[in-house]
Design a protein around this ligand. Structure first.
Ligand code: GDP
Ligand code: IMO
Ligand code: MG
Length: 431
């Protein structure tokens, strides 16, 4: 069995795209299983940056089958743009490279309008969503009203579903004093993107993934967002609307857990978060600004500044447990070069008590004060390091400290955005 899941172990933007890109070379299938165009996965190949939102990061490699599975929510307008980008860059040359599940949910303009209207109405209490319609689209799915990709090709079904959905959506939009949408407008909108989707429409991607694994092919599952943004286990309600953890790769694609061999937890050498919500180890001072600037921490989807803080090992321990992480990939270690000392949050203080496990209540998350241990820093630039033995001693101490604390090996270390800036402690997916 060769199913490998790559998930974000923090609040998103850990560098999942880069890890999937480097592992894709050794894989046959790359599957996006949840989320939508809220994700922004950045890949740097030969110094050129590509940001993908929906299409799996395996698309940059020849002869890989990329899959967008059932559990995703697809904005067909955003998808068309992205298809155009990867085609123009010469990465998408055949329709065989991409399979789009006919049972994925479609995001319509009214989902986006509702997402944005709700956010504005929440004022200070807003979630800080990406405004991409993710929440409203998943709501429709849970309410058993969603328009699935396959429905776009049956005009009678599409019309009937739109009529039923729009009655409710327009009432809500009216409540938020927003413009309303007609069935005709939405039918026309959908029609204009059909041609772009059709070549990739696949009735049963779950079966194809199952068969691939059964016949010894290597399947990489590309997570989006991060563990602490999981709709069930994250810092609810400051989360996204899908399950982002490893188990979701099975639920959202329709394959059994016994097909998964390993789970790679991707994490940054520090922590970031975009949008609102608890972030116990956040640095709201010059040091936070330093990490933000040095790490170039801007959201790949919205361009917003990412909040920055020290690495949070309480949150990471929680992520290790929730995902069953078997290997860790440590990203952006190069960003920490130049600091005299590096902080690591090892526990929280909540209501005067030391707490070693992630809270389950929002109010506890909000009250959590980070207990920071400091480790010695290093001055050397790491971006040119190509061998583990060339890492400064204090960088190695930092790596060992994290790995020991979490009880999981750090098998990949990233020292820059490029493919070549990757150090393998243990090769993954290598024969
Ligand atoms: P994702 O959403 O998890 O795929 O991550 P993003 O692409 O949103 O954000 C990660 C950012 O860090 C991107 O701009 C990457 O190019 C960049 N990056 C990835 N690994 C490294 C690294 O080791 N060092 C540095 N300096 N940048 C990195
Ligand atoms: P990748 O895959 C970081 C955050 C938003 C907001 C919350 C809910 O690039 O790691 P949503 O639009 O999903 O309803 O917003 O989740 N968020 C992300 N933060 N990286 C992402 O994706 C994110 N996708 C959503 O900022 O706080
Ligand atoms: Mg991102």
């Amino acid at each position: 069995m060769s199913g490998l899941i790559v998930i974000g172990a923090q609040w998103g933007d850990e560098g999942k795209g880069k890890i999937v890109d480097v592992l894709a070379e050794r894989s046959d299938f790359v599957v996006r299983f949840q989320g939508g165009a809220n994700a922004g996965h950045t890949l740097v190949v030969n110094g050129k940056k590509v940001v993908l939102h929906l299409i799996p990061s395996g698309i940059l490699h020849e002869n890989k089958t990329c899959v967008i599975a059932s559990g995703t929510v697809i904005d067909i307008e955003a998808l068309q743009k992205e298809l155009q980008t990867v085609t123009e860059l010469g990465y998408l040359v055949s329709s065989k490279q991409l399979q789009i599940s006919s049972t994925a949910t479609v995001i319509f303009p009214f989902h986006k309008a509702l997402d944005q209207a709700r956010e504005s109405s929440l004022g200070e209490n807003k979630i800080g969503t990406t405004g991409r319609g993710i929440g409203p689209a998943y709501e429709d799915h849970a309410a058993r009203k969603a328009i699935l990709v396959g429905d776009l090709f049956d005009l009678d079904v599409l019309k009937a579903k739109l009529k039923s959905i729009l009655e409710e959506k327009n009432a809500l939009l009216k409540y938020y004093k927003q413009e309303q949408f007609t069935v005709k407008q939405m039918m026309e909108w959908a029609q204009s993107y059909l041609q772009s989707v059709e070549p990739y429409l696949t009735p049963d991607v779950g079966f194809n993934i199952y068969r691939a694994i059964k016949t010894g092919k290597r399947v990489l599952f590309e997570g989006a967002q991060g563990t602490l943004l999981d709709v069930y286990h994250g810092t609810y309600p400051y989360v996204t609307s899908s399950s982002t953890i490893a188990g979701s790769a099975c639920t959202s694609t329709g394959i059994g857990p016994n097909m998964i061999t390993d789970v790679i937890g991707v994490f940054k050498a520090y922590a970031t978060r975009v949008g609102s919500g608890p972030f116990p180890s956040e640095l709201k001072d010059d040091l936070g600004d330093y990490l933000q600037t040095k790490g170039f921490e801007f959201g790949a989807t919205t361009g917003r500044k990412r909040r920055c803080g020290w690495l949070d090992l309480v949150a990471m321990k929680y992520a290790t447990r929730l995902n069953g992480i078997t290997h860790l990939a440590l990203m952006k270690l190069d960003v920490l070069s130049g600091l005299d000392k590096i902080g690591v949050c090892v526990s929280y203080e909540i209501n005067g008590k030391a707490v070693h496990e992630a809270p389950t209540k929002l109010s506890d998350w909000e009250k959590a004060k980070p207990i920071i241990e400091f480790l010695p820093g290093w001055k050397e630039d790491l971006t040119q390091v190509s061998s583990l033995k060339d890492l400064p001693r204090n960088a190695t101490l930092y790596i060992d400290f994290i790995s020991k604390h979490l009880g999981v090996p750090i098998d990949v270390i990233s020292v820059g955005p490029g493919r070549e800036q990757t150090l393998w402690v243990k090769p993954l997916f290598a024969n």
